[in-house]
Design a protein around this ligand. Sequence first.
Ligand SMILES: Nc1ncnc2c1ncn2[C@@H]1O[C@H](COP(=O)(O)OP(=O)(O)O)[C@@H](O)[C@H]1O
Ligand SMILES: [Mg+2]
Length: 553
Amino acid sequence: MSKTRKTKAKRARPAAKAKGRTTKKSREMAVAATAESMAAKQRAISISEFFAKNRHLLGFDNPRKALLTAVKEAVDNSLDACEEAHILPELVISIKPVTESKFVLTVQDNGPGIVKQQIPNIFARLLYGSKFHSLKMSRGQQGIGISAAGMYGLLTTGEPVQIISRTNPKKNAHHYHVQIDTTKNKPEVVLDEQCDFELSTGTNVTITLEGKYQKGRKSVDEYVAQTAMANPHAAIIYHAPDGSNYEYPRQTKEIPIPPREIKPHPYGVELGLMYKMARDSSAKQLSAFLQNEFSRVSLRVANQICEKAKLRKTLRPSRMSLKQAEALHTAINETKIMAPSTDCIGPIGAEQLEEGLKRVVDADFYTASSRSPAVYRGNPFLIEVALAYGDKSSGGNGDPEKEPLMRLIRIANRVPLLYQQSACAIYKSVLDINWRNYGLSQSRGALPTAHVTLMVHMASVWVPFTSESKEAIAHYPEVVKEIQLAVQECGRKLGMYLRKKKRIQQEMDKRRYIETYLPYIGEALQDILTLKQKQVNTVVSRLKRVLEKSRKI
Ligand SMILES: Nc1ncnc2c1ncn2[C@@H]1O[C@H](COP(=O)(O)OP(=O)(O)O)[C@@H](O)[C@H]1O
Ligand SMILES: [Mg+2]
């Protein structure tokens, strides 16, 4: 009995290993590794090697998206640089097809230009930038944008990134060709010369890359249009690959108030981070540490926190124990601290947002709302929303009467987000709202169906993106809540408009109904009271007037 079981087991798993030994077959295939042989292979991975292999993390997963991402990174930088230098941005975006799958992308701006020595690192080294270490609202964050686009171009076409930049009207521009050495994450300069440049200051970046141009919802065309909408202070000229030219003139000469760099707000700063900040701090006393390292902490508030935490004001932060940090952390969240100041975030503004929407959708009703700043994990942010109802050109598969799904435009720090809608906190927040309360029909787990365009903007000193490709916002409960409150406010106004519209419609219907019968009433009266035709006419017109008056009321 036991014998048969054994043979059966053998037959079923011919390549099975006896414990600790390999079978002959697998030994032929590979030599077993030892800790030493494994150690010989273990080494650090350069960030550029990592992202060259995982380019999807940066938004270069397919040729269509890659083209968009490259445009986006260059445009983000141009707008950021202009705003930082208080210059009204003038951008020229041009995409020339070389073959069906190869394009030459050029983005030119009238920004401050880039200092010569920095050009190689900026364009051919990942994780090199000016924005990562500061809490300030900007489009770029990670210092990985434009260099990743350049690396993608190099990997797919072998062409280096070309840069022309001028920082001083009295001096020549610099012309560089640079490429990234991915194993070292270091730039290689292929060409370095001086040249003429049509602008007194500014930057012109050219990347040759593999891509795919396709019109539609997630196209470069759409991205540029939405960018113009979210940046009414920018003038943008766009030469599309198919030969069409688009010009988006500037809508306002007001440069967005340059956002200020801020310290983190104490609410929501995680314990571990706060502990590290304390240990690294050169402040001599706890009270000073709280006031210096965080925003909105005055002497009074600092003292209150210390008292609540049962810690001495004079405690040296660098000698703090984890237990003390814990007490401090709890005390902070129990103390009333003023909300972060608004001037560190530059919202587009509810009015501007509504205006922007009017530029792209032709609707019957528009409304907008904006919230005051809130905080997630110590980072201030602000949500603003605009809504348009009744745009017959939108959706419905070309049938203007068929109700399409709501169109959602997501924007983060003035950058339109076109991909990963369903992974985004904005989408989830909008989905979880009961739109039937506002007079729209909605199936479970779906966006409402109506000719509605909803634009949601999150402005923050640090937008919590779900990945480096910056396509979707992470679901922080504080963020979701604020989005919902802002959207609901627009929803309520929409609901009011729709109810009023319905009431008017019903009244009109009634009126039409009565009007149809008025002549018959006249005839009947003529019969009963034997009136003359003239008297009938007077009665009918008087009744009509009464009807008219009641409608006005
Ligand atoms: N067109 C430009 N004009 C001026 N400075 C620029 C321009 N493009 C990039 N830079 C500088 O290069 C840095 C790196 O850019 P990037 O790799 O896109 O990272 P990030 O934008 O996240 O900081 C920016 O922080 C900025 O200081
Ligand atoms: Mg950038």
